[in-house]
Design a protein around this ligand. Sequence first.
Ligand code: SAH
Length: 432
Amino acid sequence: MTTAKYGEKNMGKNTMYQRQKNERQRTAAGSTAAVAEGTKSAGMQKKPKTKTALCPVAGKCGGCRWIERPYGEQLKAKETGFRKLMEPYCKPEPIIGMKQPTHYRNKVHAAFGEDRRHNAISGIYEEKSHRIVPVDSCLIENKKADEIIVSVRGLLKSFKIRPYSEDTGYGLLRHVLIRTGHVTGQIMVVLVLGSPIMPSKNNFVKALLKLHPEITTIVINVNDRNTSMVLGDREQVIYGKGYIEDELCGKIFRISPKSFYQVNPVQTEKLYGKAMEYAGLTGSEVVVDAYCGTGTIGIIAAEKAGKVIGVELNPDAVRDAKSNAKRNEVNNIEFYQNDAGKFLVEMAQQKAKVDVVLMDPPRSGSSEEFLNSVAQLAPKRVVYISCNPETLVRDIKYLTKRGYTVQKGVAVDMFPFTDSCEAVVWMKRTER
Ligand code: SAH
């Protein structure tokens, strides 16, 4: 676990960049023009266009699997799928979609390489290969981030910086990663290099800032290993603070190059809003935030709770969670680095008092150990956030046999144009 410490939630641990390789959520220049933007949601156009008319690299990318489907239809499909899975338990609320379902990704990655004439290219890896497909803009990525990547590429020649070649080991620049703060507008540029020395880096920084004064920090990340991971271990901040901050539900969160942070901030607020509604906190409850990542949900919940206990396996995430709590002056929260199942078993053995369990496990869902301990601890409410409705339903089945009934549930579209579906469910203790 040396690189890309924790990835996007629905891909589990350490796979953020593998996912970017596998899902290639990028489309090529001009593709966005084919999808109406503005008041009418993108993708609502009547005549569906072919995949490649919407995006020239759609066939090679595999990111926007649903690119041809009008957005309204995508929402219907996700809603119906979720309703069917939930049929034995409850009738879900209407799916929460996006008004503008494009350019939502706040984290954008581009691989760098050279074409046959040794011109720098940047884009995505073709599916199941390390061949770079040139891409300048994408339907679902932050537009500014895409522009900055193109600018970095444009500067390389005058600075005599060559993209790194995986075959020969020559060259310097391997990847560029951009992370943006949706509310704060802060922008981080991470230049992933094959070796630590970047010639005329100060002038490079100056030139890039001249083109994009909105960039707030630039970091060099050194990855000198032959690996499919994007980020290496060593980092050097060459401009700004080395991290950005963003706001979610009124709280501020620090995002470092490797931090986990939901990629669709607009929908994350809606998701967490629903989770809070379902948690029904009144100010006195003891709340467990299990699989808490960098503590976002727990920190948001803390305001309306007596005490929050966060548990998370990844030590770096726990470190970030602690610093996020401090940053927001939240004092009624504690974070523990542990397996959520083991931790809950201990809590159950100690007969701890827990009123509400908020849980947000990875795609694989929770464990029997965890669910069994939940049943023993018998919190009044369990709020389950899930990025995989299949494992959600499996775990619901378990809990409904152990004294819980589903009260409400809703799907939230966190990943428009893909087939991924996020959901949140509220379960209530009915018997002891
Ligand atoms: N709730 C957070 C993070 C959810 S992602 C948010 O919304 O931002 C799921 C998290 O579960 C990841 O941070 C992952 O590291 C963590 N995780 C995976 N397996 C775990 C386990 N067995 N015990 C505790 N945490 C685990």
